[in-house]
Write a protein that binds this ligand. Sequence first.
Ligand code: PAF
Length: 275
Amino acid sequence: MLIHDTIASLRAARAKAGRVALVPTMGNLHEGHIALMTQARGHADQVIATIFVNRLQFRPGEDFEKYPRTFEADCQRMEAAGVEHVFAPLESEMYPQPQTYHVEPPPEQAGILDGEFRPGHFRGVATVVMKLFQIAQPDVALFGKKDYQQLMVIRNMVSDFNLPIEIIGGETVRASDGLALSSRNGYLTDAERAEAPALYREISGLAAAVLTGDRNFSRLEAMAMENLKLRGWFPDYVALRKKADLQSPSAQDSGLVVLAAARLGSTRLIDNLEI
Ligand code: PAF
């Protein structure tokens, strides 16, 4: 496995790599990332994984500074997963001067759900992913469905800009108690970690109610929010949406997903479940 910290080095390797699958990450890898890398192997001659904690997608006061940086351990895991190339640039390589051009996803995609609570987040994500695509020139790129809205924004960006890249969504990997794996789970205290699977239980309960025919979506959302509050959570949203565009469904719609974001102590967790 080769580690590249410059764009020039990665580009030179990419030119000789044949069909390339890209797995962009911010590091602190868990089984969800590794599953994406393993899946990537089946789609390409070589896999490029990136590790870059992207300041542009964090708002002031969010966890950019404390985001876990575990490069040595990450490299061991990527090597074991069969990754050929790691692109791990310093900030000065990705942003030698402040980024002046940005990819601005439309507000109906990026201003809803997480975008409402993290304004500018998806602009930062789309901008860095566009840069990574330009640098690595992948044929296929993989992103976890755990970040469902991010996956939608990236799919639409690729389509709107006619990028010749296939986007694949990887299934969410969960701990045995249902908690979706996330780098931010490491922030939880023991007591919070024990409580954290309640988020998945709540969206699973909501999904089950929809599947058994309950179409009163706003009542189901409000009930799930209330249940979380009673358990000591601070929910931002629990929302039933259409999978295709994450807009609100009518009672007749199918192809739904339930998405949730809620704070437990000082940690903000997100999860979702396709119905
Ligand atoms: O999902 C992530 O880890 C990040 O948002 C991404 C896609 C690597 C962009 O920084």
